[in-house]
Design a protein around this ligand. Structure first.
Ligand code: ADP
Length: 217
């Protein structure tokens, strides 16, 4: 059985979600109040419908109840985003992911029981900031308040050394979870693994500790 998704709000973020899900062969119900936006996604989504997601009767008639995971990607209109989330919760949707505009919006969404709250602009800003500041950090993902995953490329400074010689755990409290060499991924590399220039280390640790390591290489 195909997994069913609905995307409400087809702005830049919702539109891109809708396309990415459809590209993966998943069934997507796309909803927006704006007819032009809906037309844009008519050939991309499984169903694209002009509807106001705060209208309970309309949402029920669309069969939203049967959707496994709903993504609320309404941007500017915080009130509509909150009302929609509340409605989906009342209808009994199991998974609701909502794009938050700000911290106040997030607080309300937490209270009404959104399962996952995302801040695409804020999170992307943080990721890109790390990439532009540091020449060796290729990507950066905060996975909790404490831990961050970073992709760090191997420099001249450390190439030829083994993972053991880096003494990462003792000196920086970080771990290498995987290593990329060309197209190959080596999961849990051994301590004897030798590093080559341009290998990519996928590391986990506290942001401060990862930065200390990164500045030392
Ligand atoms: P982004 O920043 O991701 O581009 P936008 O604010 O531009 O987000 O887009 C949000 C979309 O949500 C718009 O296309 C808008 O028409 C739609 N939208 C706003 N309110 C509702 C609603 N009540 N029901 C359905 N769609 C809505």
């Amino acid at each position: 059985m195909k997994r069913q998704f609905a995307v409400i709000g087809l702005g830049r973020f919702g539109g891109s979600m809708c396309k990415a899900l459809s590209d993966q062969g998943l069934e997507v119900l796309a909803i927006d109040v704006d007819e032009e936006r809906v037309n844009e996604y008519a050939s991309i989504a499984t169903h694209a419908v002009v509807a106001d997601s705060t209208d309970e009767a309309v949402m029920k008639s669309l069969g939203i109840r049967n959707v496994e995971h709903v993504i609320v990607a309404i941007g500017e209109n915080i009130q509509a985003s909150i009302l929609t989330t509340l409605l989906l919760k009342e209808i009994g949707i199991e998974k609701i992911t909502v794009k938050a505009q700000n911290d106040y919006h997030e607080k309300v969404l937490v209270k009404i029981g959104a399962n996952r709250i995302i801040h695409p602009e804020r999170d992307m800003g943080v990721r890109i900031a790390h990439q532009v500041v540091s020449k060796n950090i290729l990507d950066y993902l905060e996975i909790s308040n404490e831990y961050t995953v970073a992709e760090v490329s191997v420099t001249d400074e450390i190439s030829g050394k083994t993972i053991r010689e880096l003494n990462l755990r003792a000196t920086y409290g970080c771990n290498i979870v995987a290593m990329k060499r060309n197209e190959n991924i080596l999961v849990s590399p051994s301590a004897d693994q030798q590093l080559s220039l341009h290998d990519v280390l996928i590391m986990i640790g506290a942001e401060r500790d990862l930065a200390r390591f990164e500045n030392s290489i």
